[in-house]
Design a protein around this ligand. Structure first.
Ligand code: HEC
Length: 133
């Protein structure tokens, strides 16, 4: 009889353990999901950007964008505003730039984009961009 009671009890302990384990892992989940980010790129950015090296569309190629100096894709005619931007596209910089209208992040830019307000999509997108090298 006691044995019959133990089994569900242990199952319950295991379930709580799994739950707590998953909860304690969640900070890592916040780092972003690159495969979901690839879909975000398709809907939000691919109209104007390619991730292929050297392939400029309305906007410059985003190949290797994480770690790249602003305004340095070969054979792309940038606005003066972006040419004068002296920053490096770190993940933090991309995060703040893409979370607001481009015209606000870099006044005078010719990138017409209103920003991505969904922070999960933004994290996923930036993780994806980090895989393009
Ligand atoms: C409507 C077209 C358009 C859309 C949509 C767009 N961009 Fe752009 N993007 C541009 C243009 C044009 C430039 C060049 C800006 C300049 O020269 O001022 C640019 C520049 C950039 C740069 C700077 C590149 C460099 O070499 O310094 C980054 C980074 C960037 N875009 C990322 C993105 C991402 C990520 C998305 C999607 C969330 C996106 N853009 C959506 C048109 C667009």
């Amino acid at each position: 009889m006691t044995k019959l009671l133990w089994v569900p009890f242990l199952r319950c302990v295991a379930a709580v353990g799994l739950y707590l384990g998953a909860a304690s892992m969640s900070p890592f989940a916040l780092a972003g999901d690159a495969s979901a980010g690839s879909d975000v790129f398709k809907t939000e950015c691919s109209e104007c950007h390619s991730v292929k090296e050297g392939r400029n569309k309305k906007g410059p190629s985003l190949f290797g964008i994480v770690g790249r100096n602003a305004g340095t894709a070969p054979n792309y005619k940038y606005s003066d505003a972006l040419l004068q931007a002296k920053w490096v596209w770190t993940t933090d910089k991309l995060h703040s730039y893409l979370s607001q209208p481009a015209k606000q992040a870099n006044p005078g830019t010719k990138m017409k984009y209103d920003g991505l307000t969904d922070s999960k999509q933004l994290d996923d997108l930036i993780s994806y961009l980090g895989t393009i090298h």
